[in-house]
Design a protein. Structure first.
Length: 600
């Protein structure tokens, strides 16, 4: 459908305004390309998804076009390219020639080429569409792979996630059989910034075809003909009538055209202005000079840490609330205030962080009185101190087990018994020790019941770090018959040791040296109070797999009561219930440590 001439404007019977005319199946093409309804703008697409119930296909490629030329293209009738071209795939290169690389969209003639924001090619009946490498490089974007063939490109400097979202291939062999879509979409502010850097507008070059049913305007425009072309501003429109088609009336419309996506924009990314933010409790706009001169502090909810959690590129320090990113920036000079807030020195925040990070922390800002009221209401303990206490309790328990093993002439180390060692945790800090880091994940007061159950799963992993082999050897060494102990898992083995230690101490015997004196009294069903939370946690962890079941709250109640948690009291949020999980386990780890520590 290419031509280098400039045909005159067509007339369409029944259409009074040609610039805005569209048959019903393509009427959406008359809407603004970017309506601002999403943070992302599509810059490349191959799709067979229905549109407003009309079946068909769409191909879109966005390219950079000088501002004045962009206006001419969307107003003119001359044909242009509508998809990305290249010398390939598998170009024919004769001896003595070289391959000329590159991608472009043709303008009105073959000598006019526009720079596409996507690279695309066809191979093996598939269409491939990728973001342009220069676009990725300019912002230093890095890929992150998701399920479903989606690749997200992130800006680590911000950090800003999902700057681009890409599904890069579609199998054309399935077009007639299934609804498929490949796409490249970019955050609007990055597209605007890139257009500014390039001094161009973003123009979408497209092809779209749709089947229609009962559209009288197509019948009127066709008259007695079965197919007609119409040269309209910025597009070539073709409408057809078929005796057999994908709709009862057999009406069909397709268009090749251009539309402006975004004009030359502001450089809000590559030349981001200094943030103009007023912090609660400090009137006026904050600057680094003011923050330094007056030694000012900001107060933020610790929910700001949710933006960085479970992302390995960030280091989070749960006990202080600090965050760092790969040595490029860091929020430091922070300390916890109460359960839910962090105090940050504003001078350090402004001098050490990109403007996007500063703005993000400001989103969670509160005044000092709010943070201090939280401390008065909930005390000074927070998820960081609770996780620290929990790990200390666990290490105290495994230290006691190691000492008891020594008295039984067993040579298991603390690491053999419980995977983690006090020396390792001291060197790495608990939050830097693999397997323990997630214990410091923020637990907002508004946490859901599902969040609570997920936290039970996480805490159960710590309990499951107890290794069965050393515990089984200890159980056998104190005299438990092998036939009784062979089916015991780690928790039951630990409980058995607690049962025997309790008998020894109740009878005035030395533990574990005189265990054989009480082994005849051993009752495998005896309940040990210090083990209650560990067994209850295991039951809650099992309920996580049934979290969507009706009546799950009632099933949780017996185990929650062990932690002094009333399920009905947490309808508004499970944050405080998570606190009780940590506190209960830490306390019982220490009680077990005291019970199993060898007598002097």
């Amino acid at each position: 459908m290419r031509s280098q001439n400039k045909p005159g404007l067509s007339s369409i019977d029944g259409a009074s305004e040609l610039a805005s005319y569209w048959p019903r199946a393509l009427a959406h093409l008359g809407d603004p390309y970017d309506n601002g309804g999403s943070p992302w703008v599509v810059i490349g697409e191959y799709s067979t998804l229905p549109c407003r119930e009309s079946k068909g296909a769409r191909v879109v490629s966005v390219a950079l076009v000088p501002e004045a030329r962009a206006v001419e293209l969307v107003q003119g009738t001359a044909a242009t390219g509508w998809k990305v071209d290249s010398h390939g795939p598998r170009p024919i290169v004769d001896p003595g020639e070289v391959h000329n690389a590159g991608f472009w969209i043709e303008g009105e003639g073959r000598d006019e080429r526009f720079e596409p924001l996507v690279n695309a090619w066809s191979a093996d009946n598939r269409e491939v569409i990728m973001p342009d490498n220069n676009l990725l490089m300019v912002y230093g974007l890095v890929p992150r792979h998701l399920d479903g063939g989606i690749v997200c490109w992130d800006d680590p400097y911000g950090p800003v996630y999902d700057v681009l979202r890409v599904r890069s291939a579609v199998d054309l062999g399935t077009w007639a059989k299934a609804e498929v879509r490949a796409f490249v979409e970019i955050r609007r502010e990055y597209l605007s910034d890139y257009c500014s850097l390039k001094g161009c507008s973003a123009v979408a070059f497209y092809f779209e075809e749709r089947w229609s049913d009962g559209d009288e305007s197509i019948l009127t425009a066709l008259g007695s003909e079965s197919s007609r072309d119409f040269h309209l501003p910025g597009r070539l429109l073709n409408m057809q009538r078929h005796s057999g088609g994908r709709t009862p009336s057999g009406l069909f419309a397709q268009a090749w055209g251009r539309t402006i996506v975004l004009r030359t924009g502001e450089r809000d990314v590559s030349a981001a202005p200094e943030p103009t933010l007023a912090w609660p409790g400090h009137s006026g706009i904050m600057t680094i000079q003011r923050a330094a001169a007056d030694w000012l502090y900001g107060y933020v909810s610790d929910e700001v840490l949710l933006d960085y959690q479970s992302r390995p590129e960030f280091d989070i320090y749960p006990e202080s609330g600090a965050v760092s990113y790969r040595g490029q920036w860091a929020v430091t000079n922070t300390d916890r205030i109460g359960r839910n807030f962090i105090r940050v020195e504003l001078k350090k925040l402004y001098e050490g962080c990109p403007s996007g990070v500063i703005a993000n922390w400001h989103r969670y800002a509160v005044d000092q009185a709010t943070a201090e009221a939280d401390r008065d209401a909930f005390g000074t303990a927070n998820i960081g101190t609770r996780a620290h206490d929990l790990v200390d309790g666990y290490l105290a328990m495994t230290t006691a087990l190691e000492a008891a093993g020594d008295r039984l002439s067993l040579t298991f180390s603390q690491g053999d018994i419980g995977r983690y060692t006090g020396a390792e945790v001291k060197y790495r800090c608990w939050w830097g020790t693999p397997g323990l880091t997630e214990l410091g994940l923020t637990a907002p007061l508004s946490a859901s019941q599902d969040d609570f159950l997920s936290r039970c799963v996480l805490l159960q992993k710590l309990v499951e770090a107890l290794q069965p082999a050393p515990l089984r050897n200890m159980v056998l060494a104190v005299g438990i018959p092998k036939s009784d102990a062979k089916a015991f898992a780690s928790l039951k083995l630990l409980g058995t040791l607690c049962q025997v230690a309790t008998l020894a101490k109740e009878g005035g015997h030395e533990w574990p040296g005189d265990a054989d004196a009480v082994i005849a009294q051993w009752d495998s069903t005896r309940r040990i109070p210090a083990m209650a939370t560990l067994f209850a946690l295991g039951q809650l962890r099992n309920l996580d797999a049934h979290r969507s079941d009706r009546g799950i709250s009632d099933k949780m109640q017996p185990q929650c009561e062990v932690f002094s948690i009333d399920v009905k009291a947490h309808a508004a949020g499970w944050g405080l219930a998570i606190d009780r999980l940590y506190d209960g386990l830490a306390n019982d780890f220490r009680r077990i440590a005291e019970l199993l520590s060898p007598d002097s």
